[in-house]
Write a protein that binds this ligand. Structure first.
Ligand SMILES: NC(=O)c1ccc[n+]([C@@H]2O[C@H](COP(=O)([O-])OP(=O)(O)OC[C@H]3O[C@@H](n4cnc5c(N)ncnc54)[C@H](OP(=O)(O)O)[C@@H]3O)[C@@H](O)[C@H]2O)c1
Length: 245
């Protein structure tokens, strides 16, 4: 049976890197469903960069994962087109650098919905069509382990994602489906495109390897977790030795 992968936020940064890694290791009839939310141009650019063979394996769909309705429409589309899911990767995420004192209830809810609540219900909806021995992978964050005052809501959602990862192991146990998370430190993606040189230097001083991680380094880690049949209930750090000295 062909392998079906679902990944949210699959056309930018780490998500795109994971899609490229899976494509590079795919068989003829494998399928990947990747979502984007706002940046159609970036999604198109990614599509154009692929070979015709890889384009046949990739379905890019617009789905705003802060909306329950759009998530449900996406799930129904995948179920109709593919019938089953082997690898489910919840990668899309957002943050804010607003001061805590300036938070609005709406902004808090938008971030909690996108990073946590909608992924929970997406996984619940896909659960019945997941293949025995399949794999669920969350994109967590080192910010879910270490509190940063610069992004309280983000850290709270990622800590919850880590806890969710462990909590879902039992739910998926009867069908041998593994649930894991990657917890990256600072990775060079469009996420950081507005960061100043001063900020890069300040952060690099705190990383033992003195650089941000590469997308491919996280994608390789994600792929190794997806394919390692004894990885289950793990939150795997990848941060170059952040804050270790
Ligand atoms: N880069 C880092 O240092 C780092 C560290 C730890 C964890 N992470 C996590 O890694 C994941 C990917 O981030 P990235 O660094 O690769 O950043 P990125 O390049 O900005 O990617 C974010 C992705 O999330 C999608 N997205 C945003 N809002 C969405 C929504 N409402 N519905 C659906 N998709 C949405 C974006 O799609 P559009 O472009 O179409 O909006 C984009 O594909 C996130 O969960 C992030 O928290 C990143």
């Amino acid at each position: 049976m062909s392998r079906v992968t679902v990944i949210t936020g699959g056309t930018s940064g780490i998500g795109r890197g994971i899609v490229e890694k899976i494509l590079a290791n795919s068989e003829k009839d494998d399928l990947i469903f990747a979502t984007y939310a706002h940046n159609a141009e970036k999604a198109e650019c990614f599509w154009d960069s692929l070979t015709p063979d890889d384009q046949e394996k990739l379905v890019i769909l617009k789905a705003d994962m802060s909306s329950y309705e759009e998530m449900m429409t996406f799930v129904e589309t995948v179920k109709k087109q593919a019938g089953h899911v082997d690898w489910l990767i919840s990668n899309a995420g957002i943050s804010t650098y607003d001061k805590f004192a300036d938070y609005t209830f709406e902004e808090w809810n938008r971030i909690v919905n996108t990073n946590l609540s909608i992924p929970v219900f997406m996984i619940k909806e896909f659960m019945p069509v997941m293949t025995e021995g399949g794999s669920v992978l969350f994109m967590g964050s080192y910010a879910g382990q270490q509190a940063y005052s610069s992004s309280v809501v983000y850290g709270v959602t990622k800590a919850a994602v880590h806890f969710l990862t462990k909590s879902l192991v039992k739910e998926f146990e009867p069908r041998g489906i593994r649930v894991n998370a990657v917890a990256p430190g600072f990775i060079q993606t469009p996420w950081h495109e507005t960061r100043t040189q001063e900020s890069y230097e300040r952060i690099n001083r705190k990383i033992a390897l003195h650089r941000f991680g590469k997308i491919q380094e996280v994608a390789d880690m994600a792929y190794s977790i997806l394919t390692n049949h004894y990885m289950n209930g793990s939150i795997v750090d990848i941060h170059g030795g952040y804050d270790y000295f």
